[in-house]
Write a protein that binds this ligand. Sequence first.
Ligand SMILES: C[S@@+](CC[C@H](N)C(=O)[O-])C[C@H]1O[C@@H](n2cnc3c(N)ncnc32)[C@H](O)[C@@H]1O
Length: 450
Amino acid sequence: MTVPLLTPVDIGHARYMALTDPGTAFWALVDKTQVADILAGGPLLDAYREKAGDFARELHALRFGLKPSAVYVNPTERCNLDCTYCYLPGKMRRDGGHMPQDKLLAALDKLRRYFATVMPEGRRPRIIFHGSEPLMNRKAVFAAIETFDDDFIFGLQTNGTLLDRAAIDFLTAREVSIGLSLDGPEAAITDSTRHTWSGRSVHARVLTAMDALRGYDAWSVITTCTTENLAHLPRMIELFHAREVPTCMLNTVRCTLPGARGVKPADPDMARAFIAALDRSHELYRETGRKLVVANFANILIAILAPTARRLMCDISPCGGGRAFFALAADGGLYPCSEFIGLSRFRGGNLFESGAEAALDSEGFRLVTGRDVDAFAPCRDCAIRHFCGSPCPAEAHEMNGGMDRTGAFCGFYKEQVRYAFRLIADGIADDYLWDGWDEGTETVFKHALG
Ligand SMILES: C[S@@+](CC[C@H](N)C(=O)[O-])C[C@H]1O[C@@H](n2cnc3c(N)ncnc32)[C@H](O)[C@@H]1O
């Protein structure tokens, strides 16, 4: 049997380095002074060699064996905001139509029947109302939630401007997860990327919605990181923590459409600001005992600590688009992910005509599900490729010219993984994760070096 090759990765830690087998996502943190000895052979390599096959099988199942369990549903093409960087085309958001209520109910009925054929007994699939702005078609959305309450776990991602008391009461009574969006700790910063079509501020309205949600356990806020708010991310964290936001996301701006590229931060700036924000979240946790989990970073940590416990599927290759989830557009069109709505090449047919099964097998979906970081440079030679997944295929295709290219933030993702390893080396990774995140996970490799 061939000896698995472990690759040293400098994680920027005073004492430790990571050794990884990039092909299986195995890793170990080792004292820098022992790296040469360990690589020459001995108990760690022997123990890993015994388990390498299990690691490879587990990762392969995660990368190629999943069935869909969620759908992002756009119940309307319209949005009342015109955010600078939106990945949905402006014309669609301004002039588009709603999905009529009877069509939305018929769509969910079709999806319910489809999921009955792929989901394990007793597990409910997720429907996340997304957009554009789903609450612009509120009556239809609420009718769908009422009708299919027992069939799906529901979520709603909204800009928050239409989230009034009645809407909050309706959604929280049914335990619908609610995601909001806010880009700055003060109006001037939010306004530079998120505003109405006439340029009016919506910052205060989102804060009002956040106040109304305080105490509910299933809500979160997305901040899209751009050149406009990068310097303010630690203050963003302070605002979220003070308002008792349970979970937030600090997402890099996806550069699929040209509008986003004008506010794209450089990788080193993105890494610095992101890490400063995470450090601030940790200080606040130490001071108050209350966590504010940054979900997209927590997902990277989990991808390293327990790959199959990942919650988001952007940091894996192929990504979750078109295999773990897919998106339904307001005209019935099926796409691998919301990012692709507006890119006709990726349309995998229509739910009402060809159906979900055919979409999963369509050329548009295969373009995404066939994107494999083991198969193209520079990812195939990267030691952290299975902790990062080279997001996002939509960016790779539209901005960098092909599915066999990296996405927009290769350097940032590398820094993020190095930082995650440093937290693990310092024994504080749990401080950045949801309490109980590892319930139900199993330790498959533990090797103490003398
Ligand atoms: C497309 S919106 C749809 C739902 C709702 N209208 C909202 O604002 O939350 C969902 C989230 O995607 C984010 N978003 C839009 N375009 C993006 C892009 N190019 N890159 C990253 N995030 C983006 C928005 O800021 C928002 O947080």
